[in-house]
Design a protein around this ligand. Sequence first.
Ligand code: UDP
Ligand code: MG
Length: 317
Amino acid sequence: MNPTPVIAIVVPCYNEEQALPISAPVLLGIIDRLIEQNLASADSYILCVNDGSTDRTWQIIGELHASDPRVKGVDLTHNRGHQYALLAGLMSVIDRCDAAVSIDADLQDDPEAIIQMVKDFNNGKEIVFGVRASRKTDTFFKRTSAHAFYSFQQAMGLETVYDHADFRLMSNRALKLLAEYEESNIFLRGIVPQLGLDTSIVFYDRAGRCAGESKYPLSKMLALSVNGITSFSARPMRWIFFIGLISFVATLVVSVYVLFSYFVGHTANPGWASIMLSIWGIGSVLMMSLGVIGEYIGKIFIEVKHRPRYAIKSRLW
Ligand code: UDP
Ligand code: MG
């Protein structure tokens, strides 16, 4: 193993004009310390991926690049969302680093943990997951909803690292394996644990945002969770099948009762309630099944088109 590896810190940025001027110097400071401690090469750098921001983010990346060329930039043509921006960054540093660390622009993930990640990498680990030791700084709502998502994903058969978001180190080998996943619906937290390399975990405390507001409202979190589950697991469809099976058994029981009532002549009751219940019950099961099947057909539709997942407009290298 190279004693001083080139480390690339990849930062997806969407409307981060407030956070970047604070976070870029902090990350450069981390790189300086890695170099001082002889953990990383002096060629290590930061790559900021501008995810189609509507504010001054790209100009700020340009200014940072001008004052320190170790800050590099990639500008996506339009907003593709955190997962694709991160992927664009990781694919841009492939073969240009020995390991890449992905971190958000708001420094909620503790940059100090990068030092331990690089130490682990130097000790032969290929993937190092940053895992939150606690969620004290999250709002009650964010904490509960996030834990509900992790538990739901696990119940749905998705293998993710609990309380790990996208703060991780990946070796160049891991990046090359990742590059072979050509699916359009990319859910990195599901794919990376599947790469199957030597991994380790670094715990850290998650802080509040250093500046600006969250770009991940509940709607985006829900979309990410649904995307994760439907990209990796067919279990929801199986569940729907079982719901259908149970309703079918219930229908058999009800038919026996109805036929029995008919033959003994107890049909004075017009049966409005039971008919309504059956119609609504079966109707809702059908609707749910269609919804789930639709979700998968939607995936097939997108995969078949095989569109490029992102397009880079320009580079500061
Ligand atoms: N981000 C992005 N594209 C988006 C939304 C967010 O690249 O469409 C970036 C954002 O700039 C940040 C990271 O993804 O670096 C995480 O976003 P944020 O901090 O807003 O999410 P939260 O921490 O609130 O879940
Ligand atoms: Mg954040």
